[in-house]
Design a protein around this ligand. Structure first.
Ligand code: GN1
Ligand code: MG
Length: 350
């Protein structure tokens, strides 16, 4: 899409000065994200096209984000926090209504204030891991008393391992891209651990494990830090939904405690950083004081569960012909799946 069209869309939102530029931002695998500057300088904004093939109910998703950010904002105000706009996302409404998203020729767009003086990091240290653990525990704790009905499940059965495995089975049966023959070793590995990896779903059905409002995409690139490396806030709130706490704990460690990016092609480079696991756990437990015994039991298990689930999801997409995740080269999803399943094996051995 050309910049003029993007500027036109950005101008639909309630910002004072004329839009100066709209340029691509970040490397999310699902939505399209842009940075917006204005002629006045000063504040910048983030414009996003929400992938409505993935998030089919954009209205419900935006309502989740509105409710949760408002709730957190009130808590921060009550606690006397001074830089609230750096601690929680601010949705920018449209100029002509209070809606927080616009529909333009079948696409859905929304805008947030760009958090000033912030950065994402790729290398996590024990210190940042501990701070992030605290922030994620705090995030869940702040949402424990969200009033009203539960938040919507913005993607049905998103972190449900049984469901992810059933999607993989379906992809294998259909073999739409003719790729099943080359992934026999991965399918064998996955099937060997099916029982172990679906522990949480069974405990939930037995009424022994609760769901809470979780972020469900706490990978490192979704955490904003200030210039000194302190955590500012968790971003990318699309996947907010009721889930097991492992969704936030295990998914963070999937990327943070791994020595390579999630799509590392050289499996011999993939390693586990124990120090990060310990530091993150210490931080998380210091604020997630609400955990039940079953949830505590789930945490160490989830360190292997999340690379496993992500491996299953990448492999499913590879077998389906790459219809879900953005890819940069044809084998990308296979490389990602192999890397995640390698990490899974390492985490099992730990
Ligand atoms: C996707 O949108 P992004 O890139 O932050 C995905 C996550 C995966 C992640 C893998 C809605 O997140 O579940 O863990 O890629 N989001 C969705 O990097 O499927
Ligand atoms: Mg993201």
């Amino acid at each position: 899409m050309n910049e003029n069209k993007l500027k036109e869309i950005a101008s639909m939102f309630r910002i004072e000065a004329p839009v100066k530029s709209v340029t691509p931002l970040g490397d999310g695998l699902i939505n399209d994200t842009f940075r917006v500057t204005t002629e006045a300088g000063g504040e910048e904004y983030v414009l996003q096209r929400v992938n409505h093939h993935v998030f089919t109910d954009v209205a419900a998703l935006q309502k989740n984000i509105e409710r949760v950010t408002t709730h957190i904002r009130h808590k921060l105000e009550a606690a006397g926090v001074s830089d609230i706009d750096r601690r929680v996302l601010r949705l920018i409404p449209l100029k002509n209504s209070d809606m927080t998203y616009a529909e333009v020729s079948g696409d859905y767009w929304r805008m947030t204030l760009m958090i000033p003086d912030s950065q994402t990091i790729s290398e996590v240290t024990p210190c940042t891991a501990c701070l992030t653990g605290r922030a994620i525990g705090e995030f869940e704790a702040m949402l424990a008393d969200l009033p009203g009905e539960p938040v919507a499940e913005s993607i049905p059965r998103f972190h449900d391992m049984e469901f992810r495995l059933s999607q993989l089975r379906e992809a294998v049966e259909a073999d739409r891209a003719g790729r099943v023959a080359e992934v026999g070793d991965l399918l064998e590995l996955i099937s060997r651990y099916e029982d172990d990896m679906t522990w949480a779903e069974r405990r939930y059905r037995a009424g022994e494990l609760p769901k809470r409002v979780c972020h469900c995409d706490t990978k490192v690139s979704n955490i904003l830090f200030d210039r000194d490396g302190d955590v500012l806030c968790v971003i990318d709130l699309d996947t907010l939904m009721p889930s097991f706490v492992s969704s936030d704990y295990g998914d963070f460690l999937r990327t943070a405690a791994c020595t390579t990016p999630e799509d590392e092609p050289d499996l011999s480079k993939i390693g586990v950083n124990r120090e990060i696991i310990d530091a993150f756990t210490e931080g998380y437990l210091s604020t997630a004081t609400f955990l039940t015994p079953a949830e505590r039991e789930l945490l160490p298990r989830s360190i292997a569960m999340f690379p496993y689930m992500q491996g299953v999801r990448f492999l499913t997409d590879y077998l389906n012909g790459d219809t879900y995740y953005k890819i940069v080269y044809p084998e990308h999803n296979l490389v990602r799946a192999r890397a995640q399943l390698r990490l899974f094996e390492l985490q099992l051995g730990d």
